[in-house]
Design a protein around this ligand. Sequence first.
Ligand code: KG4
Ligand code: ZN
Length: 336
Amino acid sequence: MNQAACILAIESSCDDTGAAILIDGKVKSNVLVRQVDHAKYGGVIPELASRSHIKHIVPVVDTAIARAGITKDAITAVAFTQCPGLIGSLMVGACFAKAFALSRNLPLIAVNHLRAHVLAHFIDAQPPFPFLCLTASGGHTQLIVCHSHHDMQLLGQTIDDAAGEAFDKIAKMTGLPYPGGPLVDKYAKNGNPHAFKFATSEMKDYDFSFSGIKTSVLYFLQKQQKTNPQFIEQNLADICASAQHAIVQMLMQKLLKAAKQLGITHLGIAGGVSANSYWRNALIEAGNQRGLTVYIPPFEYCTDNAAMIGITAYYQALNQDWAGLDTVPMAKSTGL
Ligand code: KG4
Ligand code: ZN
């Protein structure tokens, strides 16, 4: 049997429950249930996320199977996100995948979520190697060189907050609900990116730091509100556009520096923040100016999704990289 032929992939690392079906490495369905109730708490509550996964996982998997136009009998392997993520959330996906695999005598594939964000680029395209990718999500900011589907090298990462976290925290300071990243993007469209200048951090080599910009925005807003309590509502678009500009500038600077120093001409962005329209445009512009080929994933493959777990599992299956039933989920990633 070709075990890579029909993969059921499960994603449950944070607060989204996802399931996808891939046939011969092609996505046939990609279903996601987004949990909305975290907004009222200002962030993800791990306990609530785990409970929600328990509630949604069976219907999400059933929907993915139905939308792919197959039955359970067609499935030849089961993949799940092993790490990194919220441990309670990961356990729901891992236990479901194990039970499904055990009951149907199918092989199991354990997937690293961060590797999957990078390989999301290989769902609809085939970037040549070496491929340089900057993943920026709510929990991670990593600059990675992909030497093959199986060999990834971490060049640098954030030493404090992730880029998405910076977006979310700055959004919160302006009174926008969680997750604020997409809202900053939305309001910034009507603002001037050069209206206010926020401090950016210059880290060594390929590392990032986003705590400085966060503090810079906080102190600026506190100062302005002392003389004008309506400052935020009167300047929301400019605040969002200026903060967004500063974050994107830091991301682009390291990405282009690595491309130049390593002589890599194929580069992409990944993770939730890669849905940001200003960053996407900045990358396209830089690509045109410098003769680089840039890859930007479709929106549904930027934020957490099960299709990216499926494509990673597909390449692992081709490489006979199976997991035992004793595989445990892990909150932290042990590497790429
Ligand atoms: O990859 P992801 O869905 O989950 C994690 O693995 O963390 O990323 C979520 C992050 C959040 O911080 C969210 O605010 C940010 O991605 N995000 C955005 C946009 N869409 C999502 N940040 C800026 N602009 C966006 N359009
Ligand atoms: Zn993610």
